[in-house]
Design a protein around this ligand. Sequence first.
Ligand SMILES: [Zn+2]
Length: 266
Amino acid sequence: MYDFSRCKLCASNAAKPEYKLKKATVYACAACGFHFIDHLDSMPSGLPDETTKDLDRKAWDYIEGKLPANGNQLRKDLLLVKRHLSLSGADCLDIGAGAGMFAHLLAEAGASVHGIEPQGIFREFARLKFGIELNGETIDARHWQKGFAGFFDVVTLWDVLEHVNFPAETLRNAYNVTKHGGWLFLDTPRRDALFYRVGEWSYRVSGGANPLFLESLYSPLPFRHKQIFTLRQLLQLVETIGFSVISVNSSLFRPHNKIVLVCRKP
Ligand SMILES: [Zn+2]
């Protein structure tokens, strides 16, 4: 059992409950200001017999129905990657590959693609829809850390850092499998954005009764949002790990604001 008074970002024992939401409590670290909820996912075993049983017609239609919107975003993400390097023959790893759409786009662009997806139902979808074999072992596994150390030209983390149990470890593990001179691309929501701050303000003035958007930004359900970075926290983290930040794209004001980060391993 994890002690949530221990900050998931700076590891000091300085985190305290800050916002009590309906289904989760947001902890805030007094040392570094990081916000995270009191919930961790228990990871699926990744055994083959767990993978197929839930992908019935209804689940298939649901996942397939989301592909057009996700695909539009991921095509933009692909253009961002292509602005920085040629994908032809590049070794790419998509962490948190979901239904396999981005892995599919990378493969179409001529890349050699690996993908990680802990949920068997998505791996099965990716296999049947795109013919892509995603791997259920997470990036901390020996399979990646020993077998692919310094291997990848490109590692992508689209909408992943807010979902994983320990985002600093995820980034460190991503760094380890990236080649020197290789690239990291990621996006994640931004906490020091206007609408998050409005939620905090509303929570305070209502004595906790009305957290507005805060309620929808976090969830204790499996694989949902567990933490949200400020821009400064995220930049500090990737630089501490050893990445050079090449570009940052973000807005404080757009409702679906995100931090889009391009980094390189020196
Ligand atoms: Zn901290």
